[in-house]
Each structure stands twice: as structure tokens, then as C-alpha cells.
Design a protein around this ligand. Structure first.
Ligand SMILES: NC(=O)c1ccc[n+]([C@@H]2O[C@H](COP(=O)([O-])OP(=O)(O)OC[C@H]3O[C@@H](n4cnc5c(N)ncnc54)[C@H](O)[C@@H]3O)[C@@H](O)[C@H]2O)c1
Length: 311
């Protein structure tokens, strides 16, 4: 059984820790300071309460999960017995480089180091690490304890045994691994997500429909099918001749801009960054955000329950 260490306890670090601890792994969590770790502890407690009240875990499991997570601000101590280290620190190449350089003096050759990077390529990251053949990307999705997908990214130097051990760990913690065999920015999930986001922005900028109706076009149509079938299977079921005809006249009209759309750029310039600043495409100053997040998590937990029942 792997001994897991997670470096960084923010949005992703604490929820990845919850996933590994839930599967019974002793999980060490390192962050820079105690206030960071206190926040992570609180977030984990809240998430455990939600899992418990949605009957995804028992009271005994709740206690065991908590016991499985050990927090520390001492990097050396945190990685002392680690066999599998997951880095979840900010998406900044300099910060990541500094950490890997420090880990060079701390990790042995047989330890797997993974990054949760959203978009850096494996080469960009592994160049700073002494054992690039043991370095791999494991891209968890937010919230990591509820979203099953983990994109595993290897390259030509990655050892097959590292791919196997990583895939095995991801499966053991109840996640759905997919293997990305070529270095490609944004991996797969974000490429698909951002293709849709670019077109949604373009429709908004052109005044084709309101933001609410553009969002509804996804949540009330393809969004209803995607939990079950992806875009390629959808085409098979719809008829490839039809999907091909539509592709042939529609693709040339789809947006191909290289940068954010006008509305998005304007919001960002005005410091309107969405939920965290109270305004973005939508206004977020009432109790609604929490309601939407709760509703989202409730549906995610429903799917998770179904996944667990199917196993
Ligand atoms: N937030 C998301 O939705 C999301 C989704 C998938 C992947 N990611 C990726 O996961 C990684 C972490 O993102 P996040 O959203 O959790 O960030 P975050 O800012 O919420 O958390 C980062 C954590 O790392 C700590 N940290 C900062 N510098 C550090 C250092 N030098 N050593 C150790 N710890 C340090 C911070 O104190 C904090 O606890 C990034 O690479 C990000 O791109 C994020």
C-alpha cells in the first residue's frame, strides 16, 4: 500500500487528501503554515459532514478518514516515509521549480512524484526533478473528492511501472483514470471544456441569447446526456452521417478566437472575477451562490453514490 504525501492544502490538496484517506490510505498533508492547514482541516470537516448527511459514509468511516490525515508544516518529516507524493501547489512554474529542487534532496529514486498541474506539460515540470522517469501528472478535478476523473499524463521517459502504480492507486481510491499518451496543453478535459466556453462567450458577445439561456442550452440538453455518454458515443447514437453533415456546414462558422471574448476581458479588467468578488457574468451578492454550490454537490454525490453501488 502506498504511503501518500500531498504537498499543498488549498482547493485541490485538501480534497485530494480526503479522497485518499477515504480509501484507507494514511495521508500526510504539507503546507507552508498553520493557518493554511487550519483552513484545510475546516474544509475537510465540512465535506465529511456533507458526505455523512448524504449517507455516503458512516460515522465510523468519518472518524477513520479524519484519523488517516496527518497535517504538518515540516516538509522533511512529511515525505520521510512517502512512496507516492502528490504536488498541489499554485500553478506557477517558479514556485513548482523551487519545490522540486528541494524534493531532489529528499525523495529516493523509487518514489513517485506527481503534479496536479492544470496545464503545464510534463517536460516543463520534470526537467527540474532528478528522477524524471518517476514523475507523472495526475490531474484531479475540483472538487476532487466528488469528481471521479483523474487525467494521468506520461511521456517518453516515464517508466511503465510508474504508469501502472499510478493507475492502480487512482483506481483504488475509486476514481476514473484516463491515460494521456501525448504532451498536449490542457490535456483532454480542459480542451473540451474550453472549446465549449469559447463558443459560449462568442454567442454572448454576438448577442445571440442571454447568459441564462446560453447556460440553459447546456444544462438542459447536452449536459443531461454527458453524465452517461460522451460526445463520440452521442454521435454514434445520433447517426454518424447526420453528425458528419452538421460538422461539415457548422465547423466553419464556430468561433476560433485565440483570446478571451470581449465580455470576459471587460469583467476581468474591472476586477469582476465571478463568485469570489461578488460579480462576474452573474451577480453573486445574495445567498444564491451557496444554494447553487449545495445543489451542484448534491447531484455530484448522487452520481458518486450510484458509482459506489455499481462497484
Ligand atoms: N482549483 C482548481 O479548480 C484546480 C483544478 C485542477 C487542478 N488545479 C491545479 O492544482 C494545483 C493547486 O491548485 P489549488 O487551486 O489547490 O491552489 P490553492 O491556491 O488553492 O492552494 C495552493 C496551496 O499550496 C500552498 N503553497 C503555496 N506555495 C507552496 C510551496 N512553495 N510549498 C508548499 N505549499 C505551497 C498554499 O499555501 C496552498 O495551501 C495547481 O497546479 C492548479 O493549477 C486546480
Amino acid at each position: 500500500m502506498e504511503n501518500i504525501t500531498i504537498i499543498g492544502s488549498g482547493t485541490m490538496g485538501h480534497s485530494i487528501a480526503l479522497s485518499t484517506a477515504w480509501a484507507g490510505y494514511k495521508t500526510q498533508v504539507y503546507s507552508l503554515n498553520n493557518s493554511d492547514l487550519d483552513l484545510a482541516k475546516k474544509e475537510i470537516e465540512n465535506k465529511l459532514d456533507d458526505l455523512y448527511s448524504n449517507e455516503l459514509i458512516t460515522e465510523k468511516q468519518l472518524r477513520e478518514i479524519k484519523k488517516n490525515i496527518i497535517f504538518s508544516t515540516n516538509l522533511e518529516k512529511t515525505v520521510e516515509y512517502a512512496t507516492f507524493v502528490i504536488e498541489a501547489i499554485p500553478e506557477d512554474l517558479e514556485i513548482k521549480k523551487e519545490l522540486y529542487t528541494r524534493l531532489n534532496g529528499l525523495l529516493d529514486e523509487d518514489i513517485i512524484l506527481t503534479s496536479n498541474t492544470s496545464g503545464f506539460t510534463l517536460n516543463q515540470l520534470s526537467q527540474f526533478y532528478n528522477f524524471p522517469e518517476n514523475f507523472i501528472i495526475t490531474h484531479f478535478w475540483n472538487p476532487a473528492h466528488l469528481i471521479p476523473l483523474v487525467e494521468i499524463v506520461k511521456n517518453d521517459v516515464t517508466r511503465q511501472s510508474v504508469v501502472n502504480r499510478t493507475t492502480n492507486l487512482i483506481e483504488t481510491i475509486g476514481k476514473k483514470p484516463i491515460l494521456i499518451q501525448k504532451e498536449i496543453p490542457g490535456f483532454i478535459g480542459n480542451r473540451l471544456q474550453y472549446a465549449l466556453f469559447r463558443e459560449a462567450q462568442s454567442l454572448l458577445d454576438k448577442g445571440v441569447a442571454s447568459k441564462e439561456d446560453i447556460d440553459a442550452a447546456v444544462t438542459y440538453s447536452v449536459g443531461r446526456r454527458y453524465p452517461i455518454i460522451g460526445p463520440l458515443m452521442t454521435a454514434d447514437l445520433g447517426g454518424l452521417d447526420t453528425f458528419s453533415s452538421i460538422s461539415n456546414y457548422l465547423f466553419e462558422d464556430l468561433n476560433t478566437d485565440k483570446f478571451s471574448g470581449e465580455t470576459l476581458a471587460r469583467h476581468v479588467q474591472s476586477g469582476e472575477l465571478g463568485y469570489k468578488t461578488g460579480k462576474g457574468f452573474y451577480n453573486w451578492d445574495g445567498p444564491l451562490p451557496q444554494e447553487i454550490i449545495n445543489k451542484r454537490d448534491e447531484i455530484l454525490m448522487y452520481f458518486l453514490k450510484r458509482d459506489l453501488e455499481e462497484k
